[in-house]
Design a protein around this ligand. Structure first.
Ligand code: F3S
Ligand code: F3S
Length: 105
């Protein structure tokens, strides 16, 4: 799977959403999340992020490897909704994202 790491927090450019052929990028209050079971590893989202927040799971920089678990855990209560546009935004961010320092834009 691909993972959206900390650079997305408070930026949420959303360019990645338009690229995903399977609609598996879900929006939370401060970050977007790739559903690890719905992502088909097409890689289309990775180059369009202006802040380079998206990585293949084995290419995540050391400081953000915890985001692999973040993406998995945030969907635990939801299972596999089967599409972000139909299910709407997530009501809560993962605790790691909630605790991330605020980014002033
Ligand atoms: Fe975030 Fe980059 Fe997508 S900032 S919303 S991962 S384009
Ligand atoms: Fe979608 Fe990116 Fe996966 S475009 S299928 S989330 S690699």
């Amino acid at each position: 799977t691909y993972v959206i790491a900390q650079p997305c927090v408070d930026i949420k450019d959303r360019a990645c959403i338009d690229e995903c052929p399977v609609d598996c990028i879900y929006e939370g209050p401060r970050k977007l999340y790739i559903h690890p079971e719905e992502c088909v590893d097409c890689g289309a989202c990775e180059p369009v992020c202006p802040v380079d927040a998206i990585f293949y799971e084995t290419d995540i920089p050391d400081e953000w490897t915890g985001y692999l678990d973040v993406e998995t855990e945030v969907f635990a209560p939801l299972g596999s909704p089967g599409g972000a546009s139909g299910s709407g935004p997530l009501s809560h961010d993962h605790p790691v994202v909630e605790a991330a320092p605020a980014v002033v834009t």
